[in-house]
Design a protein around this ligand. Structure first.
Ligand code: HEM
Length: 385
């Protein structure tokens, strides 16, 4: 890991990748040992040489315990706790990295360190974004003054005390930046934090659909309302992301070619569980970039719109109707804020990653209605960034 963070994945010397590939070839000889995690790690570490590099491997998503991704999905409360824990761990790791970099020149990713004022703002926003989850997990009892380094260190220490060996390993192996620019740590951790929330929202929506189909409207309404409020709460990640230095972003973006968040499965699962996309969007890079999700839709995946129709819930019961509107508004706000940040960093013209035209694609995609049952309001200004 140290070598990867020292060189950047794009620049890791061949002798290292050859040694890792040779180790991978020997995995089948380890009879009786569970090598699933190690295989997943090597797949990520070697993605550039294997030609399999993409958004998932860039973020090491297979190495993080995202909500809803194993055999025992758990109750809604357990799933939220799992999301909160991962969210808090990812953000306190970012805080620890920023604190280390400010005081120790040997901290990894030494290029383009932010000025102290930017670093301080970043720490403030990271703490703000982590706080609701830290409180729910009872890891922080009182308001923390995020301008105080000692207070931030205390929070990092409190989280560190509850980390399992598995958590520490996940944090290490899921940080394989492509280059050695300081801000890539921020970029990766914020994307991973959003992915953690999308993963939970996908399980929430699945449960809401099941509940509506079973006639359990109050359960559906309360779970959907909770999902909407979690998505609103997660908007605190945007001002954090907005502390990225545009020059730094452009410096490492050259080497992330092949990885675009358009490949985010969880985002598209959430979108398509609300409403099946129309043919034009289904046949565009939006869904051609997530073939498994596209296949599920083409095989008749049921959306919330579908079950509301079938349950003659149009207009739906008042609590469910309110939750549908809140969720639609939270998604629209997410899209609008994302678009505004992308324009700030990339400009309004063609500037995509090769998958799309870039911000013009996002400008149009934010107009997609979230539910037929609830025509999208014109996007508001989005969250503060
Ligand atoms: C520096 C910040 C960011 C910039 C400049 C940016 C830019 C872009 C661009 C240009 C696209 C269009 C696809 C492409 O051409 O590759 C895109 C798509 C997307 N981005 Fe971002 N993005 C940023 C941060 C984020 C974050 C933090 C997330 C959270 C996961 C995210 C999630 C997405 C998703 C889900 C899509 C696909 C949207 C769709 O297909 O409708 N982006 N982004």
């Amino acid at each position: 890991m140290t070598t990867y963070q020292h060189h950047g994945k794009h620049f890791v010397p061949d002798e290292w990748t050859r040694a890792l590939a040779a180790a991978r070839d020997r995995l089948p000889q380890l009879h009786g040992t569970n090598t699933r995690y190690l295989s997943a790690f090597l797949a990520g570490a070697l993605d550039k040489v294997d030609g399999t590099y993409d958004y998932r491997s860039y973020l090491g998503l297979a190495l993080l315990r995202l909500p809803g991704t194993d055999q025992a999905p758990g109750t809604a409360v357990q799933q939220l706790a799992r999301r909160d824990r991962l969210h808090a761990i990812l953000l306190t790791d970012l805080i620890a990295f920023e604190l280390r970099a400010a005081h120790n020149v040997h901290t990894p990713l030494p290029l383009m360190r932010p000025a102290p004022a930017v670093a301080a703002k970043r720490l403030r926003h990271a703490m703000r974004a982590a706080m609701p989850a830290l409180r729910r997990l009872s890891l922080v009892e009182h308001a923390t003054d995020s301008s105080q380094v000692t207070a931030l260190r205390r929070v990092v220490a409190a989280v560190s005390m509850v980390l399992t060996d598995e958590d520490r390993r996940a944090l290490q192996v899921s940080m394989l930046p492509v280059h050695t620019v300081h801000d890539e740590w921020l970029f990766i951790r914020v994307l991973q934090a959003f992915e953690t929330t999308f993963a939970l929202l996908a399980t929430d929506l699945t449960d809401v659909i099941t509940a509506v189909s079973a006639g359990q409207v109050p359960r559906a309404a309360s779970r959907l309302a909770a999902a909407a409020s979690l998505l609103r709460e997660s908007a605190a990640l945007w001002p954090l992301m907005a502390t990225i230095q545009p020059d730094a972003f452009h410096a490492f973006r050259t080497f992330t070619e092949g990885a675009s968040a358009i490949q985010s499965r969880h985002y598209k699962i959430v979108e398509s569980l609300c409403r099946a996309p129309g043919t034009a969007r289904l046949d565009s890079p939006a869904y051609l970039s997530v073939p498994e999700v596209r296949t599920a839709i083409m095989h008749g995946q049921i959306s919330l719109d579908d079950v509301l129709d079938a349950a003659h819930q149009s207009p739906p019961d008042p609590a469910l109707g309110a939750a549908v509107r809140e969720f639609a508004a939270a998604i629209s706000q997410w899209r609008q804020t994302h678009y505004r940040l992308a324009v700030r960093i990339l400009g309004p013209e063609r500037n995509g990653t090769g998958y799309t035209e870039g911000t013009p694609y996002l400008r149009d995609a934010r107009q997609e209605s979230v539910f037929h049952h609830c025509p999208s309001a014109r996007p508001d200004g989005g969250a503060e960034i």
